[in-house]
Design a protein around this ligand. Structure first.
Ligand SMILES: Nc1ncnc2c1ncn2[C@@H]1O[C@H](COP(=O)(O)OP(=O)(O)OP(=O)(O)O)[C@@H](O)[C@H]1O
Ligand SMILES: [Mg+2]
Length: 386
């Protein structure tokens, strides 16, 4: 297994996560539309790629990254163009006839099929709905996977206002709720920012209450150890079990990404320092080096900065600063800080958003919050709190 910290893991490099994939198939095969809910870097896109690369019979997966889209009609144009490339659609005479009738300027008709250009001023929501309804029976199910969907919603809200955002969410829901459409199509949404937080802030939770959640938890210790051992097959050094346990204890929040970063760091150190073997001090050094890689962590801060305004931001930052210094923060102290920043009415939602987005948790003790990841905690303490 190759180490590739950063890009989604694919093919041989995807560590198979049986429970998640089997839960995903249960949801898909029972006809659900899905929201993959997990904090940043946990492995959402990798799971989507796995499903797409290993489909069961009668399922055709389409993957679209919608991060740059900032307008509803543009969103549906891009989905239409993606859908037109699906086998069930390409082979349908009914749909071909429909497209010929409706399309003023076909931009491409080649091996890859037909595409609508940016200048085609059509109602793509209607068009998508009509195309999806026209899929012939017996063609199997189309699964449309939309990555970075919450970013699209956020872009629309920023550029066109909350009303447009609400409209966008209603349109998506309408499509999912259409009996004819859902006979042929299911949607899977995910993204690196929490859809539930944005929709909650817009006061429109109903627009996603039909989505089934697929949660991606961190690895179990036994899986994490197995993953380390697979990586070790491709590096010129070995690690004893106690050293592996030492690394995993330091990572604590066992997401594949941090395991990749640790082994990659050790590989670099081993090469740069011409090490004969790895010792505890080398592992400590790697974790220290890791904190210097701003690009891996900066988004945790910038994200807070862009989504929260004024005292909401000040309150949340203060909470995280304290947890990064003291390791934990209790409910009473959180309440005092809420009073200080005059956010008594909303502070529970703000703390909820920090939990949902993967900064902190209170899983061990309801009244006590701590960082999920000691690595992020240390990064925060060094770079934001001090
Ligand atoms: N199953 C896996 N096997 C091996 N590596 C993985 C796995 N899942 C995730 N990773 C590693 O973790 C990193 C993040 O994975 P991925 O991009 O899938 O996460 P994400 O949740 O989509 O992240 P983001 O929220 O930033 O979009 C990648 O570098 C990837 O290599
Ligand atoms: Mg992703």
């Amino acid at each position: 297994m190759n180490i590739n910290a950063g890009a989604p893991a694919r093919g041989e490099n995807f560590y198979f996560r049986k429970n998640i994939i089997s839960k995903a198939w249960d949801l898909i095969e029972s006809g659900n539309h899905i929201l993959i809910a997990a904090p940043r870097r946990v492995g959402k896109t990798s799971v989507m790629y796995y499903l797409k690369d290993n489909p069961k019979n009668n399922f055709d997966f389409l993957f679209l990254d919608t991060e740059s889209i900032n307008n509803e009609n543009e969103f549906f144009r891009r989905v239409v163009n993606k859908v037109l490339k699906a086998d069930a659609i390409k082979s349908s005479k009914k749909i071909s006839a429909f497209i010929q009738k409706h399309m003023p300027s076909i931009t491409k008709i080649g091996k890859d099929g037909v595409e609508f250009g940016v200048k085609d001023d059509l109602n793509y929501f209607e068009m998508l709905s009509n195309i999806l309804k026209s899929i012939e029976p017996g063609q199997g199910k189309l699964i449309i996977m939309l990555d970075e969907f919450p970013q699209t919603l956020e872009n629309i809200i920023v550029d066109e206002g909350e009303q447009a955002g609400r409209h966008f969410m209603h349109s998506n829901r309408e499509l999912r709720q259409d009996d004819e459409v859902s006979q042929h199509v299911q949607f899977i949404y995910t993204g690196s920012i929490g859809l539930e937080n944005i929709v909650g802030k817009m006061n429109a939770p109903k627009t996603i209450n039909d989505l089934s959640r697929l949660v991606i938890p961190p690895l179990k210790p036994i899986e994490a150890k197995d993953l380390v051992k697979r990586f070790l097959k491709n590096v010129p050094f070995d690690l004893s079990d106690p050293l592996i346990d030492y690394i995993l204890k330091k990572i604590e929040w066992l997401i594949p990404f941090y395991i990749q970063l640790s082994i990659e760091g050790l590989k670099d150190l081993h090469r740069d320092e011409n090490l004969k073997s790895i010792a505890i001090a080398d592992i400590d050094q790697v974790f220290k080096n890791m904190l210097g890689q701003r690009n891996h962590f900066e988004h945790w801060h910038s994200r807070l900065r862009t989504t929260m305004k004024g005292d909401d931001y000040n309150f949340s930052k203060q909470i995280l600063n304290i947890v990064s210094e003291n390791e934990t923060i209790g409910s009473a102290e959180i309440h005092n800080i809420a009073v200080k920043y005059k956010v008594e009415d909303t502070f529970k939602d703000l703390v909820g958003a920090l939990v949902y987005d993967g900064y902190i948790n209170n899983s061990d003790d309801k009244k006590m919050y701590r960082f999920n990841s000691p690595i992020l905690r240390m990064w925060w303490r060094q770079n934001v709190a001090s």
